[in-house]
Write a protein that binds this ligand. Structure first.
Ligand code: SF4
Length: 383
């Protein structure tokens, strides 16, 4: 019990449970076995039919799914997954593709850093592992964009490695199951949760067990109003027994959302629109966008508009007043586009560096953000 003295109150209850799980008393060890058996049996009967579950032994397909699922809803990923795999069916195919082609296939999924990391990871797998996803968790975490969770998911689900996972859904289930009241974003709490997730793993079917925990969190043990009456772990759940499901897990403090305003130019030349490629780092890195300038803090937007004008081709006329304003909420930013319409009256004007005139039939092949799609709709292009 010395461990209790070193941990915070919220961790204490978990530590006690973790010790309970490992208790030599067979009646108590049976509660862990009950969690394993009940959860796996529930999963077998209730798992959703998702495209990546139809390729259980394909580690590359699992890797693509895990990248797509980072910070994105399952329903959104389903719409992209098969199409992406159809275009890049193997790690080798993805490794040899051009990054612009990959970004175009990712268009609309958001968080484009994932697409760049996935491409870079495929190149490393091709160069260092002969095109086969490594089965070693340490090797996996050395690849771009793969952290402990993603490595665990790929290794346990597709490669049968006995390794735990911890994502938002799993954290919710475990903290409620064990009535852990501490902030799950704290490092000490994370360490405890990883340990508990490992201790709960059964000797076999670890990949299914990990998926079952995630599935339970996504479909039954939801953030608000968990459906405890149909939960296979209701008999083992300490939060339910103590009527704490409303306050567990503890709310995590989110960083403040930063506002950002971009004056943006929608410049037409005939039926073409002027696009520019964004820098390789930062917001929407490497994607195609309309020319824009950031309004600095405390600055009048007219000054940013003046800077924007200076970047446009000769012969361009840009309206002083915006025709539309559109706000997109990103993870840590609220971005407002003030969209100004313009025309380039000199035919065959060269676009600015990193820019091009894009005709209506071409733009679907470019990697663009969902924000740009909304802007194009707002300006009625292509008509
Ligand atoms: S009983 Fe309720 S709170 Fe506990 S794990 Fe199941 S759904 Fe979640």
């Amino acid at each position: 019990m010395a461990r209790h003295k070193q941990t915070s109150p919220g961790v204490r209850s978990c530590s006690g449970f973790a010790e309970t799980l490992a208790h030599p008393d067979p009646r108590i060890a049976a509660s862990r076995q009950a969690v394993q058996t009940r959860l796996l049996s529930w999963y077998d009967r209730n798992k959703r039919d998702l495209p990546w579950r139809r390729r259980p032994d394909d580690a590359y397909a699992q890797l693509v799914a895990e990248f797509m699922l980072q910070q994105t809803q399952v329903a959104t990923v389903v719409a992209y997954y098969d199409r992406f795999l159809g275009r890049f069916p193997t790690a080798m195919a993805l490794a040899t593709a051009d990054l612009d082609e990959v970004l175009a296939a990712w268009s609309g999924l958001g968080y484009y850093r994932r697409a760049r990391n996935l491409h870079a990871t495929a190149q490393r797998i091709a160069a260092e592992h002969g095109g086969q996803v490594p089965a070693d968790v340490a090797e996996l975490t050395r690849l771009p964009g793969i952290g402990r969770y993603t490595a665990g998911a790929i290794a346990s689900v597709a490669l049968g490695v006995r390794v735990p996972i911890l994502d938002g859904n799993v954290i919710r289930v475990l903290t409620r199951l064990l009535a852990m009241r501490d902030d799950p974003s704290k490092a000490s709490m994370r360490r405890t949760l990883w340990r508990v997730a490992e201790e709960l793993l059964p000797a076999t079917r670890c990949g299914d067990f990990n998926q079952a925990l995630m599935e339970l969190g996504a479909t039954v043990c939801t953030p608000q109003g968990p459906a405890c009456e149909r939960c296979p772990l209701a008999g083992q759940c300490q939060a339910r027994a103590r009527e704490l499901t409303d306050v567990i897990p503890a709310a995590v403090r989110r960083p403040k959302v930063q506002p950002l305003t971009l004056v943006t130019a929608a410049i037409r030349c005939g039926d073409a629109l002027l696009f520019v490629q964004r820098p390789r780092t930062g917001l929407w890195a490497g994607l195609w966008a309309l020319p824009s300038e950031e309004v600095e803090r405390g600055e009048d937007a007219s000054l940013a508009l003046r800077r924007l004008r200076a970047t446009l081709p000769a012969g361009t006329r840009l309206a002083r007043c915006p025709i539309s304003s559109l706000t997109r909420l990103l993870t840590h930013r609220s971005v407002t586009f003030q969209i100004h319409a313009g025309t380039c009256t000199l035919p065959k004007q060269l676009p600015p560096p990193k820019g091009k005139w894009v005709h209506p039939q071409e733009w679907a092949e470019l990697g663009v953000s969902r924000a740009l799609t909304a802007i194009l709709k707002a300006v009625g292009w292509p008509g």
